[in-house]
Write a new protein. Structure first.
Length: 249
């Protein structure tokens, strides 16, 4: 009977869109906020302090002078944060007591958080904004973007440009070296091409894998607000019968 009840609780939790045992999360409001609420697909910026149950501080944003931002509902933070920050208003301060199954579980996190640790976070919500997501463009979208003056960037390496050609109108700026590290000239060349972080940018690579990584980084780390990528890369472009031109050094 008890096994059936636990199974029913798990099913109800899943139907509600929450993980089983989410009720173990303890949420205390320390200071009330005002205005709109933080919710799924909103980008929130917070200050926080994280402690173990013995009051050992393992991380805090204020001493660094750098708030932390993340988008609710896309898996950028632990489950306890996803659930505990949702519903907060700007200026609100909450204390979250997060059980291991909604934090780092039996593995812990490096040398900082031990296995099966319950974590306590004091969180202050500073701002709420609409999240920016990487656009998923088709060849038809790229053709339209090109006619509208969007900055189109082929982020591959020179050997790839010579092998397949490039899309007419594309700017060639290598983003990644062969070892996978970001090319040291990429950021400078990108900034010389676009006038502001609001300038529309459309990236493409071979199959879309590299531009997924790069596009999200440009949005999250550099603050660009209008970035898309050719989701199937130049391979998908050519499969649809679209033409390329020879790359000239």
């Amino acid at each position: 009977m008890l096994r059936w009840i636990n199974k029913a609780i798990a099913i109800v939790s899943l139907l509600a869109g929450l993980p089983a045992f989410a009720s173990e999360l303890k949420v205390e409001t320390l200071v009330e906020g005002a205005g709109i609420q933080a919710e799924k697909n909103k980008k929130v910026t917070v200050h926080y302090e994280g402690r173990l149950e013995d009051s050992t501080i393992f991380d805090a944003s204020k001493p660094r002078g750098q708030p932390f931002s993340f988008t609710i509902g896309v898996g950028q933070v632990i489950e306890g944060w996803e659930l505990g920050v949702a519903g907060m208003k700007v200026g609100e301060q909450r204390r979250l007591t997060i059980p291991p199954n909604l934090a780092y579980g039996k593995n812990g996190a490096g040398d900082v958080i031990p296995p099966n640790a319950t974590l306590v976070f004091d969180i202050e919500l500073l701002s709420i904004a609409d999240a920016v997501f990487l656009g998923q463009s088709t060849p038809e979208d790229l053709v339209e973007a090109r006619s509208n003056g969007v900055a189109i960037i082929d982020i591959r390496r020179e050997g790839e440009w010579l092998e397949t050609g490039i899309i007419d109108g594309a700017n060639t700026i290598t983003a990644f070296q062969k070892d996978g590290n970001v090319h040291p000239d990429f950021l400078q060349k990108l900034n010389s091409l676009v006038s502001t972080k609001q300038t529309p940018v459309l990236l493409y690579c071979r199959t879309g894998n590299r531009t997924t990584r790069l596009g999200n980084a440009i949005i999250e780390k550099l603050g660009f607000t209008n970035v898309s990528h050719l989701r199937d890369g130049i391979i998908g472009w050519k499969k649809e019968g679209q033409l390329t031109i020879d790359y000239k050094r």
